[in-house]
Ligand binder design. Sequence first.
Ligand code: GLP
Length: 241
Amino acid sequence: MDVRILDTADQIAVAAGELFVRQIKTNPQTILGLATGASPVKMYQYLISQYRNGYLDFSKVKTYNLDEYCDLPRDDKNSYYTFMHENLFNHINIKEENVHLPNGNAPDMAAECASYDKMIADIGGVDIQLLGIGTNGHIGFNEPADTFTEGTYKVKLTDSTIKSNSIYFDEGAMPRFAVTMGVGTIMTAKKIVLIATGESKQNAVYAMVRGEVTPHCPASILQQHPDAVIFADRAAAAKLL
Ligand code: GLP
């Protein structure tokens, strides 16, 4: 695990963004694994600025997002589909057919999950996977549990995640279920980049980096990944310092 502690979220956006820039420059057909939440937003803005400067071309890039809510229309203002278009896809030259998110409204969820994993496996896996981290140590929507999850699956969200994410929803509208890449799917990525900022992530970051590898802190599995880079600002890294 390569832990890089920087002063500000803006510095992280550039440093993490540069890893993505380099990857796309090296291989224009890169397969990106993407994440939602507040953590990646500034990095997406950095990628957009590089595109606008004429430095980056997304025309051959393919993306696979980590997760999506269940029982929420795809075009809902809070869907991850909408989030990704508003924060990245609408501002770069990626082709819509190259953009993938799991379908949280699929009639046959088991088939949807299996086909999502198969799609990723068939293209040779994700080259570089972006992650945030939940205050409870979750990655994607892999909540603390007794065992590590494997492939993509439908998950019941924990109370702590519902509490953290319900700030975005009208009262009572926060979905209770989501579909997410499993920890096993995430770990197949060739490179993983995790961004953690702010004091609320202190305990999760400490457990991920210094704690034992346990499904009670799903992010701790990244200790076993051969190429995981963790970017934390001083607030999120406070317990490591
Ligand atoms: C959500 C997402 C995760 C994200 C996490 C942290 O629940 N499913 O992928 O990493 O929350 O979000 P934020 O970056 O807003 O703190």
